[in-house]
Design a protein around this ligand. Structure first.
Ligand SMILES: Cc1cc2nc3c(=O)[nH]c(=O)nc-3n(C[C@H](O)[C@H](O)[C@H](O)COP(=O)(O)O)c2cc1C
Length: 361
């Protein structure tokens, strides 16, 4: 493996996420959403239906392991292990940023995990800022290189600003690049944040250019400004990371805005700080089609290998099924019509965005 700065950076990210406190100290605000308990669910566990369409295939459950790494020591083992786990459980899987492949194509082995998830949904990944540096053909080729069903484009302006080697000044032209890529890949593009969420303005712009898959990746989980703070090469970057460590739009807020503002046909993924099946159920109640997670499943993998990730997902599914029974919902979709009470910070945000609790059906 070439000891490039990208490889060093990715290895440091993994170490920091595994060893340091990298969470936002403000929450996703899912704790302010209360679903009505149904003491008479009139449902059997066998009535529950979790199958969900995604990228032209059918998942066994509406869940996704979102993009993590590639191009780091341990990346190949991690991508293979998590892809295999996703395949066994019928979930979607996305590799981490393939940027390194644009310069070092020989590192393909870290990412080429199709054999581990032969029939499932596999997505590639690239940074939005890279859409300005490389041709659309080169970027679209990243999906083909790993036989992916589509490509994630990640938005991470906060992280780039704090990252010493980041794209500190150039954030213009990304939207245009995404529009071209959506055309080139016939809509097989998922645009995601990385833990700072998306507000109404961003969501509307993505809808206008025809993006069909959006992962709001809100705040309340892994904070990438905080991760970069731990490896900042200068006092000014480390204090920038400190000041912006809690920056972003909480996941529950981003999601409510997405459901309200995006056309019905846009597939919404809820991620950013989703730690258990009850939070996923609340995400479905707010209108998400899928829920995703990164750091939590990674920690279980680091702790106990593929069995650890497997057990973590199994427990997550149990928690989700329990939420469905306790609200009398046969499908994740039916969670949308469960009566809800919104309190605290979530209520404040929704009224500021003029998303009254009544908008949440
Ligand atoms: C170790 C690690 C590496 C990541 N690398 C990428 C990446 O290469 N591309 C990307 O789009 N997101 C990346 N992410 C961000 C996640 O996909 C996710 O959006 C974010 O961590 C918030 O989710 P979480 O709170 O469940 O961790 C990474 C996350 C982790 C934990």
């Amino acid at each position: 493996m070439p000891q490039t700065s990208i490889v060093r950076r990715k290895s440091e990210h993994l170490r920091i996420v595994a060893e340091e406190d990298v969470l936002h100290s403000r929450s996703t605000l899912f704790e302010d959403l209360h679903l009505e308990h149904d003491a008479l669910p009139e449902l059997d566990a066998t009535d529950l239906e979790l199958h969900t369409p995604f990228f032209g295939k059918t998942l066994d459950a509406p869940l996704m392991i979102t993009s993590m790494t590639g191009g780091a020591e341990f990346a190949r083992e991690m991508n293979e292990g998590l892809a295999r786990t996703a395949s066994e459980k019928g979930l979607a899987f996305s590799v981490g940023s393939q940027r390194v492949l644009l310069r070092y194509p020989e590192m393909i082995k870290d990412f080429a995990v199709r054999a581990c998830i032969p029939d499932g949904v596999l997505l590639g990944n690239i940074g939005g800022v890279q859409l300005k540096e490389y041709s659309i053909e080169q970027i679209a080729g990243l999906a083909d290189m790993i036989e992916a069903d589509g490509l994630c484009v990640h938005l991470n302006a906060g992280q780039e600003l704090v990252q010493g080697e980041g794209q500190q000044h150039g954030f213009s032209g990304v939207l245009d690049g995404i529009a071209h890529l959506v055309d080139r890949l016939d809509g097989r593009v998922l645009v995601k944040e990385t833990g700072a969420g998306m507000g109404p303005k961003t969501l509307k712009r993505l809808a206008q250019i025809g993006v069909q898959y959006i992962d709001v990746a809100g705040s309340g989980g892994t904070s990438w400004t905080k991760v970069e703070k731990y490896r900042a090469p200068s006092h000014s970057l480390s204090s920038l990371g400190e000041v912006y460590q809690n920056w972003g739009i909480p996941t529950a807020v981003s999601l409510a805005a997405a459901r309200r503002l995006l056309p019905e046909k846009v597939v919404i993924v809820a991620s950013g700080g989703i730690q258990n099946g009850l939070e996923a159920a609340k995400a479905f109640a707010l209108g998400a089609h899928l829920a995703g997670f990164a750091r939590s499943v990674l920690l279980s993998f680091i702790e106990d290998g593929p069995q650890g990730a497997h057990a973590w997902i199994e427990a997550f599914l149990e928690q989700l099924r329990a939420a469905m029974i306790l609200t009398g919902s046969r499908t994740p979709d039916e969670l949308q019509s469960v009566a809800k009470v919104v309190t605290g910070g979530l209520k404040d945000y929704l009224s500021a965005y003029k998303l009254q609790p009544g908008d949440i059906q």
